[in-house]
Design a protein around this ligand. Sequence first.
Ligand code: AGP
Length: 642
Amino acid sequence: MCGIVGHVARSCSTRPLEVVMDGLSRLEYRGYDSAGVALTHGEVDDGSELTVVKAVGKLTNLRAALAETPTAPSRSAIGHTRWATHGQPTLVNAHPHVSMDHRLALVHNGIIENADVLRAELRAEGYRFVSETDTEVVVHLLDRAFHDADLPAWEGELAGLTGPDSDRGRALVAAMLAITPHLQGTYTLLALSEEVPGLIVAARRSSPLVIGVGEGENFLGSDALAFASRTTDAVEVGQDQVVGVTAEGIVVLDKEGAVLEPHHFSVDFARERATKEGWSTFMEKEIHEQPRAVAATIADRLDATGHLALDELRIPESILRGADKMIIVACGTASYAGLVARYAIEHWCRIPVEVELAHEFRYRDPVVNEKTLVVAISQSGETMDTIMAIRHAREQGARVIAIVNTPGSTISRESDAVLLTHAGPEIAVASTKAFTAQIAATYVLGLYLAQVRGNKYADEVEDYMEKLERVPEAIQWVLDRAESVRQVARSMADIDSMIYLGRHVGYPVALEGALKLKELCYIHAEGFAAGELKHGPIALIDEGQPVMIIVPTPRRPELHNKVVSNIQEVRARGARTLVVAEEGDTSVDEYAEIVFRVPRTPTLYMPLLTVVPLQIFACELAATMGHDVDQPRNLAKSVTVE
Ligand code: AGP
């Protein structure tokens, strides 16, 4: 939550502002309650200045504010797009926050848990607060340390800074090192001061920060996406590290101020394609990218002998063989991918699989030990609840396998092994292609484990993989019929609730369909296991209640026939029945008002198809209702606070 961008150059120009605004537009998915920038202008010798421009609401409002009051060329800039935690989404609460003398500015992602105590202490010393945010505490603390004559300056070098610039730069680094041990909670902090315009000082704990290495300029971002088109060379910032970034260099420090060797990694070029490419929304584009996302995720996994070879899974086979339990931890849509995975992994590997919401996991004192395999599923790789769950699991001795879409993300760095979903950047807040890619990745993992643990022979694994490789074509088949789903959605703009029913792997699909409707259309929607219907939810059915039912293949009559009975049961009580059913399954025709078809596919792979009409339905209904499909209200793409 909250997107942070920074840029520092050798001399003043319009580039820092351009880079930061472009970066913010790429990170706006992280929050859009307000946005702001702080810029330093001029040189220390002939009078430097700090400008801060902020606006409530989406980035377009900040653009308008900047157009109305153009800023002077700048040497460095920091920017922030906010998802409000402490304080309403108002102008005073918008970042950057500034010191009382308006010479130091700071942006923050995370939550300072001891802000109240620190605020009281600063108030007693005469510091005045204008906002309700926890962040304002940090800017005052930093300013106090920066101007503390007794605080020894950090002793190292900041490339390109000389004379008084260098002295003030080292003082600012020392100030950041001095305050961070007093902050409890999570943070990424970026600060700049007009006293040293060629420097950005940053720090992180449990919130993301990466640095992009340029030539004669450097970049900072919550996500490499912020600067992906400008450099491929990035530097990781680890837990509790502090960095000083000038145009000429980057120093990465541990919390004691010792200089560390920077760890470089390459920024994925595919991330550059984060544009709508002719679609009117990112969500539509991403729904239609699913055949490619699934195909890329499962591609090149089999070796010449038909064995699955997962180079990324660097956990000794003996440990995988000895595991006696798997726990999948994830949140939201990713947890539903985990629920789907459970059916396949238990069936193929004969290992018990629990699926747990990451935020519930560690608080219930779960039974986890070195024989437990924990699988964390996350698109962003930055979901704080999931990060805390994997930390807890590793402390108990479990091995953690991450299924993530974002290389270099915190979850991927903190896990023992990583299986990447190759869905490409997912920008729309509502997850679509990441979900199907996550399911595909769990299938690859499940088949790999089945092979390693001796539950499946190589030819059986090859057979499952071959069938999985046909799924992208089947998803395309569903997408080719998207217009009929859109038409139905357009005709239902008056609904005020929706019930989703599914059985077996259709149950998590029902949960996901309901989540898509809630987050996009702001109407009450709920997914139920179809078998649960008569245990209570059927009381919700009255005349005209829309019910979406995901019907299993007729080739599994023990599942199929019961769900067809459920359609009849709700229909008999006046429900409007919308049904997702396999091509050729005529048994539903009599009871379904509307049928969305999916092609015949193995039962375990059906969620990869049946979810698609539900995504299209929610997307089109939201657009018909006039909602912002890509940036639904109150949400942010990555939930980086607990
Ligand atoms: C789904 O549409 C949401 N965006 C949300 O439930 C999301 O899946 C969840 O917050 C987990 O995010 P992650 O995959 O980035 O960890």
